[in-house]
Design a protein around this ligand. Structure first.
Ligand SMILES: Cc1cc2nc3c(=O)[nH]c(=O)nc-3n(C[C@H](O)[C@H](O)[C@H](O)COP(=O)(O)OP(=O)(O)OC[C@H]3O[C@@H](n4cnc5c(N)ncnc54)[C@H](O)[C@@H]3O)c2cc1C
Length: 416
């Protein structure tokens, strides 16, 4: 990972001192300061903006366009369900982006991108031009049919949805059934749904004291896709009814029921609380800009520049490199992208051997958590990111404590 400081970046480019990094140097063709616009201020977008300004200084202008003035982290959000965290604890604003790094923050939604004229239209009809555009806009859902997310929350984007799911769980009585589904991979945060099943089952039994509630998991995948031994053991401990290979065919919000096929047989399951996590794809703005092939955006992993459009970069959950869709690795991709943009503006070759790192901590109860980490490296033969190393740690109280140290670091590196 090219985690060099701005001074190292200067050395790398053969420029003598920080003072010499002027707009004219970076923008060799003319006198104007390059304008880099980032859509989305989540883990990938906020990191990219921060590192662009840390490394590029006053030689570039960086604008982040983010719909919301407050970002609520999906990371740790399952702990809102069992009352160990609140959404306020997981909320971040963009004060540091503006005051510390000189990033221009605009709180609007981008409604259209004109890649030919390199301009954007915002929801208030304002238009904005860019030299380089970074899309860090997260995910969108593909539900099997239309239904009301207020009756059947996904809670896979944080904030209102996670508080809603908590209120549904807190309205359960002893003997009620909680049913959740896991979409086919790839989806945001591979261990996240398995951790949610554990957290909810533990909460109902050990905090609420309900001995007769059922927690049923309908997994579209043929088996638990990550940390299989850890989650299998936790499911047994918490009495979770785990069903693999379930293809959701219909969701009925009025009946609170879900229909699915498993091994060729059709079944319908009713629930007091239904938590369907739909199949996922790149964010709407990535689709409407024509930057998607299949469900995700193809990019060059050396830079995250779209393979379909020059000067447009896609990082975080929307990108289609095959790396996991997670905040920690989104932060990693953001730094590679920031470095690549600055190199490109200065006619310096791209760093040829980037590495990224993914890390997820999974609470399995209100006192224990497991972890999973993977390193990816660029493989020049296939021009893709490949798994270089993977490790995991079991559920323990020690790992539960480590989880907060890890998340504080990630939150600070992104938003402070
Ligand atoms: C329960 C759960 C647990 C998780 N645990 C972990 C974990 O342990 N480790 C880990 O690494 N990851 C974890 N994740 C995954 C992580 O939260 C996501 O992968 C990460 O948030 C993706 O970052 P992003 O920047 O791509 O997208 P997001 O965080 O979704 O940010 C996208 C932003 O773009 C904005 N936006 C979108 N479209 C527009 C537009 N048109 N105009 C303006 N703004 C726009 C949105 O408002 C949003 O703020 C977890 C997720 C969940 C749900």
């Amino acid at each position: 990972m090219p985690m060099h400081s701005r001074r190292n970046f200067m050395k790398l480019m053969g420029l003598g001192s920080l003072v010499s990094l002027t707009p004219s140097l970076l923008n060799g063709a003319g006198n104007t300061t390059p304008h880099i616009v980032i859509i989305g201020g989540g883990f990938s977008g906020a990191t990219c903006a921060k590192y662009l300004k840390m490394w590029g200084g006053s030689s570039i202008n960086v604008t982040v366009i983010e719909s919301n003035a407050t970002y609520v982290s999906p990371i740790l959000s399952n702990l809102v369900l069992n009352g160990q965290k609140t959404t306020a604890d997981l909320s971040f604003t963009y004060g540091a982006s503006s005051s510390k790094y000189g990033i221009t923050m605009l709180h609007h939604t981008v409604s259209a991108i004109d890649t030919t004229n390199k301009s954007l239209t915002l929801s208030n009809s304002q238009t904005l031009s860019y030299d380089k555009l970074v899309l860090a806009a997260g995910i969108d859902f593909e539900p099997v049919n239309a239904y009301d997310y207020n009756s059947v929350p996904h809670a896979w984007q944080s904030g209102a949805q996670i508080n809603l799911l908590k209120s549904h769980i807190d309205a359960m009585a002893d003997g009620d059934t909680f049913v959740m589904s896991i979409p086919p991979s790839p989806y945001r945060c591979p261990p996240g749904p398995y951790e949610r099943a554990c957290v909810v089952a533990d909460y109902l039994k050990n905090t609420k004291g309900y001995r007769n509630c059922k927690v049923i998991v309908l997994d579209a995948n043929p088996k638990i896709i990550v940390e299989e031994a850890t989650f299998s053991a936790a499911f047994t401990k918490h009495g979770v009814d785990y069903r693999a290979g379930c293809d959701i065919t219909a969701v009925n919000d009025a009946q609170k029921s879900v229909s699915y096929t498993q091994g060729g047989a059709s079944q319908t399951q009713t629930a007091k609380v239904l938590n369907i996590i739909p199949k996922q794809k790149a964010a709407p703005i990535v689709f409407s800009a024509g930057l998607v092939s299949g469900s995700w955006a193809p990019v060059n992993p050396l830079s995250y520049e779209s393979t379909l459009m020059n000067d447009v970069y896609i990082i975080g959950d929307s990108q289609g490199t095959g790396q996991p869709k997670a905040g920690h690795i989104g932060n990693s991709e953001a730094k590679i992208c920031a470095d690549a943009i600055l190199r490109n503006l200065n006619n310096v070759a791209l760093y040829a051997a980037p590495k990224t790192n993914s890390a997820c901590y999974s609470p399995t109860s209100k006192t224990e958590a497991s972890w999973l980490s993977a390193v990816y490296r660029y493989d020049s033969a296939t021009q893709s990111m490949v798994l270089a190393h993977k490790e995991s740690g079991p559920s323990s109280t020690q790992n539960y404590k480590q989880m907060f140290l890890w998340s504080e670091n990630l939150f600070a590196d992104t938003f402070a």
